[in-house]
Write a protein that binds this ligand. Sequence first.
Ligand code: DGY
Length: 334
Amino acid sequence: MSNQPRVFISDAMEGLSERAGRDLLSPLRARAECEIWSLARRPDREELEAALGAADGWLCMLTDPVDEALMAACPQLRVVSSFSVGIDHIDLAAATRRGILVGNTPGVLTETTADLAFALLLAAARRMGEAGAYLRAGAWAESQWEIDAFVGQDLHGATLGIVGLGPIGQAVARRAAGFGMEVLGWSRSGRAVPGVRAVAFDALLAESDFVSLHVALVAETRGLMDARALAAMKPGAVLVNTARGGIVDEEALVDALRSGQLGAVGLDVYAQEPLSADHPLLAFPNAVLMPHIGSASVRTRVRMADLAVENLVAGLEGRALPECANPAAREAAP
Ligand code: DGY
């Protein structure tokens, strides 16, 4: 019997490996007995328990619920490496108590996610979804160029409020400066960022023409954009969310779109993913909706894969993880 550690990998990454021109999982294959999930659908709870029962390490996706019960069912598990910067799918406190190190992928996806936030700002402001759909439906061919067709809002000269001034929020602020926007910012820690006027949360909502969300989803930020906060925004303002769906109360968001309190939204993330085919948000032409693609450039996804693999290899070899969300877990490790 092999004395190599055992790992479970939640995604075979075949397409991405092909794009990268190399097997992204080869460092793991060389050091561990790998069980690799290769079906197109995600593993369900039972399948995860079966695959992880004897695993020392797990390379998981943001769709995998890494909760206490699951960790309890995996007595060997020493390291969980997530292919994501966000770790709201992981019970970090429970992992730390159990001595399970958690790795994630900050840094490598900052600029790519900021690009998507900015693309959503532009698309929502300039009604690009609506206008593109009109053209594709053949409606333009039946009509003509009209002076008030798809008139939207300018970014230049407008005020952008950034909620959360971590690396991605700061990267969005840099883009906004280039577009001639005034930039306001609020963060839970009161961080000061050059070029960003720090204001209170309510002042940011009241003064911004555009609001972009960049906080992590934790207990304090769940439902941060609730009915009260949405009502405190400028009438007709645009909300963009590339962070996590749970930060926004989606029912209140639908109400705010229905009443016209919000002029438009640009969303990449949702309370429940994937978004159901009959979700009320789909009814709004002024909602630009993306399927959680914030980090989806080839270069960034390859860098995320490399970092997730490096984290797992380091954990299995007893070295410090290059990016560890809970270094304190070492003290609790058996
Ligand atoms: C993350 O990494 O947390 C993003 O949401 C997906 O890339």
